[in-house]
Design a protein around this ligand. Structure first.
Ligand SMILES: NC(=O)C1=CN([C@@H]2O[C@H](COP(=O)(O)OP(=O)(O)OC[C@H]3O[C@@H](n4cnc5c(N)ncnc54)[C@H](O)[C@@H]3O)[C@@H](O)[C@H]2O)C=CC1
Ligand SMILES: O=C(CO)COP(=O)(O)O
Length: 331
């Protein structure tokens, strides 16, 4: 098959390689001419591992004409504008697979909702999210990885499963819970930032285990309020992705959090990352959601105060520890 990859950064270029490994043809589009040039010289923009048989362009129209299956791998912050541009350039039906993990703070919308708003319905054939525990650093080395493809159209979820799966390092499951999968992938980044903050502040593995456990409950509350299924949070796209992101030095979100925990200002921590850090915006979005929907998200709410209101990490930890003592409820 032919596929167009929109966003040739860390993840987009890595997935382009997966697709090529699986026998498909890809054309990568990116706005950054340096990345386009690197890819065309079979160099990954971020990693040492060489690419093989991948072409790139900085002409979006050319990328869209290359195929009817579009992989979206730009940061969520850029997603709406990129989709507007795509919509102005297409005049036939396209299917979209999103691999970005975020929620728009201004609207509290998931990427599937943004796609529906920005792409004319007559040009929108199918939509799926492909998500799960998958640091690009490992996938590019062909290290074993499991993902989930979720769509409202089970046939399309299966098609994406077949396109991305291979016998050597990548296995894709399907899910019909698009909302649960999208929310899990986005909100785990928020918790991963907090995990980094704890680590940067000198706290240990007990604190991290506690955070992951209590953090998944916050993910479940968001999944429920947004209309997804609780059980999805216990799968690859929820707890699976939370574990890998909240405990890995490969994670941009964890790394940004670690800097904040060691005293660096949040916007500086994000600026210092050449690659996308989604979790800070997701903390902002989830804090607004907790107010709007009156749901209890104590970890995310206090992280919001640390990041946006200069609350110290000591004060944040003290706040969490002095909440009313209660029974451990798992919902
Ligand atoms: N890196 C990883 O291991 C994984 C990343 N993701 C998600 O994938 C998304 C992208 O992340 P990364 O690839 O890591 O980020 P990145 O920062 O490495 O790459 C983003 C790419 O998008 C391009 N871009 C930005 N604005 C654009 C625009 N308007 N038009 C065209 N291209 C544009 C940038 O030039 C860059 O090449 C994020 O939502 C992230 O959460 C998901 C799974 C794994
Ligand atoms: O989503 C990811 C792993 O599944 C990547 O997380 P980071 O963006 O924090 O590196």
């Amino acid at each position: 098959m032919n596929l167009s990859v929109i966003g040739g950064g860390s993840w987009g270029s890595t997935l382009a390689q997966v697709l090529t490994d699986n026998g498909h043809s890809v054309l990568v589009y990116d706005i950054n001419p340096v990345y386009v040039d690197k890819i065309n010289h079979q160099k990954h923009p971020f990693f040492d591992e060489p690419l093989k048989d991948i072409k790139a362009t900085n002409n979006l129209k050319e990328a869209l004409e290359f195929s009817d299956l579009i992989l979206l791998s730009v940061p969520t912050k850029a997603m709406r504008d990129v989709l507007k541009e795509i919509n102005s350039l297409i005049n036939s039906k396209k299917s979209f697979v999103n691999v970005s993990k975020g929620i728009e703070p201004e609207t509290l919308k998931r990427v599937s909702e943004i796609v529906k708003e920005e792409i004319n319905p007559e040009n929108l054939e199918n939509y799926a999210v492909l998500t799960g525990p998958s640091h690009a650093e490992e996938v590019i080395l062909r290290k074993l990885t499991l993902l989930t493809s979720a769509s409202d159209n089970p046939e399309f979820a299966k098609q994406i499963q077949c396109i991305f799966s291979n016998d050597t390092y990548l296995r894709v499951y399907t899910s019909s819970d698009l909302i649960g999968c999208e929310v899990g992938g986005a909100v785990k980044n928020a918790i991963a930032v907090v995990s980094g903050i704890l680590s940067g502040h000198g706290l240990g593995e007990n604190a991290r285990a506690a955070l992951i456990t209590r953090g998944i409950l916050e993910i479940i509350r968001v999944v429920k309020v947004m209309g997804g299924k609780t059980e999805t949070a216990f799968g690859l796209t929820g707890i699976g992705d939370l574990i890998v992101t909240a405990s890995s030095e490969n994670s941009r979100n964890f790394t940004a959090g670690k800097k904040i925990g060691s005293g660096i200002n949040a916007s500086k921590a994000v600026e210092e990352s050449v690659q996308t850090v989604e979790g800070i915006r997701t903390i902002q979005a989830m804090h607004l959601l907790s107010i709007e929907k009156n749901i209890e998200l104590p970890i995310i709410d206090i992280a919001y105060d640390v990041i946006f209101n200069n609350l110290s990490v000591e004060q944040a930890v003290a706040h969490l520890l002095t909440r009313d003592l209660k029974e451990e409820k798992l919902d």
